[in-house]
Write a protein that binds this ligand. Structure first.
Ligand SMILES: Nc1ncnc2c1ncn2[C@@H]1O[C@H](COP(=O)(O)OP(=O)(O)OP(=O)(O)O)[C@@H](O)[C@H]1O
Length: 320
């Protein structure tokens, strides 16, 4: 499995403005690898995931390419129609752990029904289907899928409105993983979970990575990223501003924004980055981080491209 994203851009047309939510993002994710996309709220992480799965609203203009190669066949995710995406891609090749779990669950179906219907849809029917055996097998598989993410079996017979936030999160995680898709897009998979469940969810995702799946982890939790990911891409105002092996990037950040994120961690003194990101409707011509950057100079009036500085990809004229 290889996901290759090349210069992906997403622009939303609004009646009186355009929102440049994602600009020229490129990344590569291979089987057995986890790439974390990190950055502040609103920097375009979820929009990127939506673009990869054809889940953006009609006012989105998507440019660039995103190809997924599995078992010798390649799908161009940005150029595949809705029918094909729902029949062969979503849930089978690509699993999504969505950011807002309850909006992805049908209110009148129990969690068990969500899981058993998904499992049945993903699998070919057995040759001699005995209804009772089939139902027993589906229920056993639903129990196993729930167990893998720490969802108690008692929660399986509840409706979405009867679930706590953490249970809903685990239910959608179980749904995303049940088809063992080659690529897993995990959008804030640990939000709303307490610490033991955060660890359990990350451990389950790591097990899948070690078994050869690819995971794109979207998070603003740097510790979750550090626990799971091999590679990190730091996003700011719709762009990747630094990328490289996670330990190297977090231990020795080269972009002033990455350094700011690392310094804002409680264990590093909780020093927040001053100022706010720019409006995506009015991005500056130069470096989008310049107004918040202590190191900015005249050269930052020109937008820096992602380029290699001392072996690291950084979009900065004055890397640390
Ligand atoms: N349908 C839309 N129309 C216009 N703008 C949109 C639309 N959907 C998202 N946006 C804008 O795109 C930008 C990126 O949003 P996105 O949800 O990807 O951010 P994020 O990095 O995932 O943040 P968070 O962690 O808070 O979800 C935001 O400014 C958001 O307001």
């Amino acid at each position: 499995m290889t996901l290759t994203v090349d210069r992906l851009s997403v622009r939303f047309r609004l009646p009186h403005a355009t929102v440049d939510a994602v600009s020229d993002v490129s990344l590569r994710l291979r089987a057995g690898e986890c790439v974390a996309l990190v950055g502040e709220s609103g920097c375009g992480k979820s929009v990127m995931v939506g673009a990869l799965l054809g889940l953006l609203p009609g006012n989105a203009e998507v440019a660039g390419t995103a190809t997924l190669t599995t078992d010798g066949s390649t799908v161009d995710l940005l150029d595949t129609g809705e029918d094909e995406l729902s029949r062969t891609v979503r849930g089978r090749l690509v699993g999504l752990v969505p950011q807002s779990p309850t909006s992805h669950l049908t209110p009148v179906h129990t969690v068990r029904r969500h899981l058993t219907e998904t499992i049945a849809a993903l699998r070919a029917s057995p040759k001699n289907p005995n209804r009772r055996d089939r139902r027993t097998a589906l229920n056993a598989d639903a129990d196993a899928a729930a167990g893998a993410v720490g969802l108690p079996t008692t929660a399986l017979d509840r409706y979405p409105h009867e679930l706590s936030g953490g249970m809903a999160q685990r239910a959608v995680t179980a749904l995303a993983l049940v088809g063992e898709p080659a690529l897993i897009l995990a959008d804030e998979p640990t939000s709303g979970l307490d610490t033991p469940l955060v660890h359990r969810t990350l451990d389950e995702l790591r097990r899948l990575v070690d078994a050869g799946h690819g995971v794109l982890l979207i998070t603003h939790d740097l510790d979750a990223a550090a626990r799971l990911a091999d590679t990190v891409a730091v996003m700011y105002a719709g762009r990747v501003v630094e990328t490289g092996p996670l330990t190297e990037v977090f231990d020795h950040p080269r972009h002033p924004y990455t350094r700011g994120l690392v310094n804002a961690l409680p264990r590093n003194g909780f020093r927040p980055i001053p100022g706010m990101p720019p409006e995506l409707t009015a991005l500056p011509a130069g470096c989008p981080f310049a107004s918040r950057c202590a190191d900015a100079g005249d050269d930052c009036d020109v937008r820096p491209e992602l380029s290699i500085h001392n072996g690291r990809h950084v979009a900065c004229h004055r890397p640390c």
